[in-house]
Design a protein around this ligand. Structure first.
Ligand SMILES: Cc1cc2nc3c(=O)[nH]c(=O)nc-3n(C[C@H](O)[C@H](O)[C@H](O)COP(=O)(O)OP(=O)(O)OC[C@H]3O[C@@H](n4cnc5c(N)ncnc54)[C@H](O)[C@@H]3O)c2cc1C
Length: 488
């Protein structure tokens, strides 16, 4: 008897669950390289997605490579040429985006209803098959194929592919099934946004507002053009202020009480409602590949814990996944080992910076020290006013143009100066007697009182800060070893 090997049949080489920026960009890259791709999304496109809509310069470079910048309507999307930073209603710095080689010196604010549709169109033009209105409900990865189950209003569907990519966002079903668990609570970042018409101020300036009532969280105003803007709020769940306000109520309060934000919204009208959405921030401990399965974008938790930005990482991880898959598709090898270079690339690009961002969030999550951080931010901004390089680094980090590690070049001495300023206020306070205590030394008194009144909370905070510092230290050591090995 002669055995004839039966080739397994597939509906597509790759099925991608989720047609946001990550999934649609991956579909476009893979289809261009000759792979057959099915792009599933539970929603019918075009669809909206809760976001701040800010697309930074490095994300614009990726959109250009996808051909999105040549599409009809793209040139009319709003350009942001300047960024301004406010603390407690006071403008600290307002500057054009810095010039960085190979990047545009501007960002764009593109409502997701339009942005995601541009990228889906690019994927379709490249040959990907879009199946919107289909929700992935389950999958099983076997030796020869992945069996994918999807549901739509017309009923259930079973599909087979060689590889499944989970690009289904921050509450990813693919990630949960692949890992067998949901991400830890400490990785949660809460954000909400609303659209406003008739906003004051320049259309080409994006604003970030820090306010001691929600620090280290921040609110933003990102103009979408024609006097309209996306206004929102973002903060790590761990740093949520100790009051019972919902994200929508906290944003409303900031819009009313933060003088700078209130000034831009003086005559503005709310369009629709304030909507919130949870995000999961980067955690290198969580796997992002397994046999025949990969996670990209928010499904892989590629969110910066400092600012909640994720579109650039969604687009970058889509391209890295497609590049990793080229030899896998040729060699028909989709084992976790063959997919590991993708995980390694994500880790080498993100882990150190995200560890630094998490350390900053952990430090500033101690509300007793809020006056210290606000003081440090003001000192940094005052330096940026005088020194062009400091200004370039501060605005470059906020625009996602420069890595957060560059902060070390300008932060040196700033926190110490802020601490000395607080300490000298404390000394003045001690000598000024009870009458003085009520007034000028309020910040210092706040720090002392808060630190003394919550010793267990302080110990927990200290342990968290130590863990983050160790993670950052081990990453710095690893980078040094790799740098030496590569002769850097
Ligand atoms: C309020 C807020 C403000 C933000 N502001 C910014 C900002 O200004 N700039 C920035 O860079 N980032 C911002 N982000 C983060 C940014 O929105 C995300 O990083 C980005 O959307 C990630 O893209 P993605 O393709 O990975 O996921 P998503 O855009 O979430 O796309 C996931 C897709 O998967 C689909 N899906 C989900 N489950 C299934 C399923 N089971 N089957 C099939 N399809 C499924 C969804 O319908 C969706 O279309 C913000 C986030 C929030 C919440």
């Amino acid at each position: 008897m002669v055995y004839v090997p039966v080739k397994p049949s597939y509906d597509a080489d790759v099925i991608i669950a989720g047609a946001g920026p990550a999934g649609a960009a991956a579909a476009c890259h893979l289809a261009r390289s000759g792979a057959s791709v099915i792009l599933l999304d539970r929603m019918t496109f075009p669809r909206d997605k809760v976001c701040g809509d800010f697309v930074g310069p490095s994300a614009l470079v990726e959109l250009d490579a996808l051909g999105v910048s040549q599409m009809d309507g793209y040139a009319r999307t709003n350009i942001a040429r300047r960024a301004a930073l406010y603390i407690d209603g006071e403008e600290l710095i307002s500057r054009p985006f810095p010039e960085i080689e190979g990047m545009p010196s501007h960002g764009r604010v593109i409502p997701r209803l339009a942005l995601d549709n541009f990228i889906v169109d690019a994927a379709r033009s490249a040959g990907a098959r879009m199946m919107d209105g289909y929700k992935l409900t389950g999958f099983a990865a076997g030796c020869e194929a992945v069996a994918v189950e999807a549901a739509s209003s017309n009923g259930h569907l079973a599909l087979r592919c060689r590889l499944l990519i989970g690009a289904d966002g921050s509450s990813s079903t693919v990630a949960r099934l692949m890992r067998g668990t949901a991400p830890p609570r400490r990785d949660r970042f809460i954000a909400s946004r609303a659209y406003f018409d008739n906003v004051e101020g320049p259309d080409d300036q994006v604003d970030l507002y820090f306010d001691r009532n929600c620090y280290p969280g921040f609110s933003w105003l990102f103009p979408t053009g024609n006097g309209e803007a996306n206004v929102g709020l973002g903060l790590a769940l761990e740093t949520w202020p100790a009051h019972n306000l919902t994200p929508a109520a906290l944003l409303r309060r900031l819009m009313r009480d933060d003088a700078a934000l209130a000034a831009r919204l003086r005559n503005a009208r709310l369009r629709g409602t304030i909507v919130g959405w949870p995000l999961m921030t980067y955690n290198h401990r969580l796997p992002i590949v397994s046999d025949r399965v990969m996670l990209i974008g928010d499904a892989a938790s590629l969110i910066n814990p400092l600012n909640g930005e994720g579109i650039q990482y969604a687009l970058l991880s889509a391209r890295w996944a497609a590049e990793t898959l080229a030899p896998c598709l040729r060699g028909d090898d989709f084992s976790a080992l063959a997919l590991a270079p993708f995980a390694a690339r994500v880790e080498s690009a993100m882990r150190y910076d995200m560890a630094l961002a998490r350390l900053i969030v952990q430090f500033s999550s101690n509300r007793a020290l809020t006056p210290l951080w606000i003081g440090a931010s003001k000192i940094l901004a005052a330096r940026a006013h005088k020194d062009a390089n400091t200004a370039r680094i501060v605005s470059g980090i906020f625009a996602g143009l420069l890595p957060a590690r560059d902060a070390f070049k300008v932060v040196g001495g700033t926190i110490g100066e802020a601490a000395r300023s607080l300490a000298s206020k404390a000394a003045t306070l001690a000598f000024s007697g009870p009458r003085g205590w009520a007034g000028q030394g309020a910040d210092t008194a706040h720090v002392r009182f808060q630190l003394a009144s919550d010793a267990p909370g302080f110990a927990k905070w200290l342990a968290g800060a130590a863990a983050c510092t160790m993670e950052l230290g081990s990453q710095a050591a690893w980078n040094a070893v790799v740098g030496k090995r590569n002769g850097r």
